[in-house]
Design a protein. Structure first.
Length: 181
């Protein structure tokens, strides 16, 4: 009987300790962890221009779900659309981007902050021809407040990285955003 009482007492203490530890965990942990803010320089409403100044599109990047996810919605002037979900893989300590667009491109890249900006590396898969190639993206905050997005894919025949997209993000002003409503 004493061992049964001891077991019940130990289980009660264990359960109380577990409940106490759970009660102390923050309700919204992403808001309290500064690593979830590393990509916040990209959050905003943007016009995206090619290096020659041509308008490539409009992009809205939002921090959602109590700062646990960054969602991208992109649209070009011709109606091309795409979106990405970006998040910190907390266990691996890496940022992840999953991109899908209307043309059937699927990007799956991961990485983190470097001296140049947010560098994510992985693959792009083209649904149309069922091919997958190495791919990388670099987002660099510029001194003038813009963000440079530079994507490359690996060309196996040439054995080198080639530019896939280069865009410069200019933050829209509040008056620009209200004109679109």
């Amino acid at each position: 009987m004493k061992s049964l009482i001891s077991i019940i007492l130990l289980m009660s203490l264990f359960m109380a300790g577990t409940a106490c530890a759970q009660a102390q965990a923050p309700q919204f942990p992403c808001e309290d962890d500064e690593r979830f803010a590393e990509f916040d320089f990209w959050v905003g409403t943007w016009d995206v221009h090619l290096p020659d100044g041509t308008l490539a599109g409009h992009n809205t990047i939002s921090s959602d779900y109590r700062k646990c996810v960054i969602v991208e919605d992109y649209e070009s002037p011709t109606g091309f659309i795409g979106m990405s979900v970006n998040y910190l893989d907390h266990e691996a300590g890496e940022w992840v981007q999953i991109w899908n667009d209307a043309s059937g491109s699927q990007i799956n890249i991961r990485g983190g902050l470097t001296e140049e900006g947010m560098l994510l590396v992985g693959t792009i898969h083209y649904i149309g021809n069922d091919s997958t190639v190495p791919f990388r993206g670099l987002w660099t905050p510029l001194p003038d407040g813009r963000v440079r997005q530079f994507f490359e894919q690996y060309d196996a025949e040439e054995e080198k990285w080639v530019t896939w997209f280069e865009g410069f993000y200019t933050r829209k002003s509040a008056s620009d955003e209200s004109e679109e409503d």
